[in-house]
Ligand binder design. Sequence first.
Ligand SMILES: NC(=O)c1ccc[n+]([C@@H]2O[C@H](COP(=O)([O-])OP(=O)(O)OC[C@H]3O[C@@H](n4cnc5c(N)ncnc54)[C@H](O)[C@@H]3O)[C@@H](O)[C@H]2O)c1
Length: 250
Amino acid sequence: MFSVNLAGKVALVTGAGRGIGKAIAQGLADCGATVAVNDIDPQTATLTASILSGEAQAYAGDVGSAAEVERIIDKVMDDWEQLDILINNAGIEPHSSILEMTDEQWQSTINVNLSAAFYTSRAAGRIMRERGQGVIVNIASIAGHNIPLRNRASYVASKAGLIGFTRECAREFAAYGIRVNAVCPGVIETEMTQHLRQNTEQMAKWLADIPQGRLGLPEDVVGLVLFLCSDAARYLTGQAINVDGGKVML
Ligand SMILES: NC(=O)c1ccc[n+]([C@@H]2O[C@H](COP(=O)([O-])OP(=O)(O)OC[C@H]3O[C@@H](n4cnc5c(N)ncnc54)[C@H](O)[C@@H]3O)[C@@H](O)[C@H]2O)c1
């Protein structure tokens, strides 16, 4: 049986107060990693950290701000003296047509879903380069490949950008022993999709499009992330891999 041992590793997961990030934090902890749990919501970050199986601590803050990211990563280094795994998971998905979208909606989506990965990868990359090793996993979306979504232009643009950034980061960081990949979930049952899941027409359309016949659960994303964090994926970098029940077949 395939198992992942991350004992001795320190992992930072952004947006881990709930949903996919929380499930990833649990998976990493179950594999032995020490987990730094970030979320913009201090309460949920603390709650996630409190239920993890191993060593864990909450680091609340807005990863859409470069200064906040520097503060968070400095604190992680003060506390644990290393950073081996970075999971860029925090994300937002405002709904609006392009014609009605505000500058704030556009900019905040780009900040949280794309610029944050640059801020964290820059800070963590400098630390990982010193040790000659590290793993970065960016949680993108199938929407970043070729699935247009109605009324979510800022989201689709941010996720397509994140996949592009993943490739460039992988190319530059390979020389330092750092692997960078993106995971692209399909429709996953979290608070992000809750209001759309209440729409029976939308649900029927989704289910008809998914060969496996169901939406994903946060736990369905975790196995791929753990694999990418493990040495079993040592020759794998710069990829954007779908985990979507077969919805998109490239
Ligand atoms: N749910 C899906 O169907 C789906 C599909 C594809 C990709 N994704 C991606 O997976 C990731 C997680 O999504 P989810 O479904 O768990 O969403 P979610 O809304 O349930 O959770 C997102 C978490 O990120 C946190 N967050 C938001 N802004 C933040 C910020 N500025 N700084 C720090 N934390 C912040 C939120 O507080 C929340 O805890 C996102 O990047 C999302 O785009 C989700």
